[in-house]
Design a protein around this ligand. Structure first.
Ligand code: BGC
Length: 451
């Protein structure tokens, strides 16, 4: 490997992401209510879901049978320990951190803003600034105040106005210290998981019509929030966190291509196309590669995370290449894996960065990489058992313990890339094993698919 090839530009931002409900603790919102209602059921169902499909998971994570796993409760107590967490991020070399504001804290009652909570977020942002860490601030990462939910949530015609009132208040209160704003996190995941197909998450509505209504309200909300932020702070940079997937047509067969193209148009392109004149950058969240074989998704799953999600790092290259057409800089705002034993995380980070760099050489304007996540946290309807953190959180004591991969990532940041020195230092412990598994055990591409 030629060292120079995998060096990143000086001004490239490196860091990690978190979101309020997943780490703060002590929140009262639509999710906290939902968790209390469903914790026992989720614990009961986990035996069926994981025990049947992937028995190793339930053996490895017995806590998934425990209802308390599904209640965010004190989470990581980040609300009280944010300074400690940011210092740790600084020690780990990070130059950017993505956080989110908890709407239910700052506007617990309709139209009544809690100035103490707003001051809290001011402190959060300035503590990042004092450490020389660039804050990326998400206005809305999925959880909503109870009053907003009771008024019909995002299905309600007035929802956009409520959101804009909140967004404007945040921008006026916090904007002088924030350069990068993210209005909305992953509109597709939110609307499909809470409405349409699965109706799994709050508000659990299975309705096509509602799904589209919500989705279109989110488009409108983003555009108006974009304009509001730019009006107040014209030099700020505003975008969304967009969850793009690499849809690959197996063997480029026509039927596979049709499905992959349609899926791509709806999932990856539609939102971005609709907001194309209302974004300064594209915030990319990337986790998935969907191989389309005979009309449906059939991944090879050579290497999977603790959640059973395929780890296919090359996919980010294709997604980044595709985003070039929008002519906007890209910040990778989420990318990561659940890996409690930290056996695959270093390898995954290394491979992802290789492919990011490759896309950059071919013209992709990527300006930063923020790993998901800084620390283990509350993974929505899965609860605490999936461990996404560079930093491990002891669930009993809440002690923070950086994993080996956090040190590997730190060395990459210090070297501004994947140099021989970094690879050599970590090769024995955490890069070699997984590389040989990919070569050895995995079936060759296509060997599983009957046509
Ligand atoms: C979300 C995060 C989530 C992560 C891992 C993203 O879809 O923005 O909140 O924890 O993926 O599932």
């Amino acid at each position: 490997m030629d060292e120079r090839e995998y060096r990143f530009p000086e001004e490239f931002l490196w860091g990690a992401s978190i979101s309020s409900h997943q780490v703060e603790g002590g929140n009262t919102n639509d999710w906290s209510e939902w968790e209390n209602k469903y914790a026992s059921q989720l614990a009961e169902e986990s035996k069926g879901i994981y025990g049947y499909w992937q028995p190793w998971q339930i053996e490895m994570f017995p806590e998934m049978k425990d209802p308390s796993n599904y209640i965010s409760g004190r989470a990581c107590d980040h609300y009280n320990r944010f300074e400690e967490d940011f210092k740790l991020a600084k020690d780990l070399g990070h130059s950017a951190i993505r956080i989110s504001i908890e709407w239910s804290r700052v506007e617990p009652e309709e139209g009544k803003f809690d100035e103490d909570e707003i001051r809290h977020y001011k402190k959060v942002i300035s503590s990042l600034r004092e450490l020389g860490i660039e804050p990326f601030v998400t206005v809305w990462h999925w959880t909503v105040p109870l009053w907003f939910r009771d008024k019909g949530g995002w299905e309600n015609r007035g929802s956009v106005n409520f959101f804009i009132r909140y967004a404007e208040k945040m921008v006026h209160s916090l904007g002088s210290d924030v350069k990068f704003w993210i209005t909305i996190n992953e509109p597709e995941i939110y609307s499909s998981s809470g409405y349409y197909a699965k109706g799994l998450w709050p508000p659990e509505k299975k309705s096509f019509v509602k799904y589209f209504t919500v989705f279109h309200n989110l488009i409108k909300a983003h555009k108006l929030a974009y304009s509001a932020i730019k009006k107040t702070y014209p030099h700020s940079h505003v975008g969304v966190a967009k969850d793009n997937i690499y849809f690959e047509a197996y063997r480029s067969k026509v039927k596979n291509k049709i499905v992959a193209t349609l899926a791509d148009l709806w999932w990856n392109e539609y939102f971005l196309f609709r907001i194309r004149n209302h974004q300064d950058f594209i915030g990319l969240n990337h986790y998935f590669h969907n191989l389309i074989v005979n009309w449906s998704e059939k991944n090879e799953n050579k290497i999977v995370s603790d959640l059973g999600w395929e780890l296919y790092p090359e996919s980010i290259y294709f997604v980044l290449k595709d985003l070039q057409k929008y002519g906007r800089p890209v910040y990778i705002l989420e990318n990561g894996l659940a890996d409690a034993e930290d056996k695959k995380r270093s390898w995954y980070i290394m491979e992802i960065l290789r492919h990011v760099r490759r896309a950059m050489y071919e013209g992709a304007d990527v300006r930063g990489y923020l790993h998901w996540s800084l620390m283990d946290n509350f993974e929505w309807n899965k609860g605490f058992w999936p461990r996404f953190g560079l930093v491990e959180i002891d669930r009993k004591t809440l002690e923070r313990r950086p994993r080996h991969s956090a040190e590997f990532y730190k060395d990459i940041i210090l070297e501004r890339g994947l140099t021989q020195k970094v690879i050599k230092k970590h090769e024995e412990c955490c890069l070699r094993d997984i590389a040989s598994r990919i070569k050895g055990e995995a079936p060759s591409v296509g060997s599983r698919f009957e046509e």
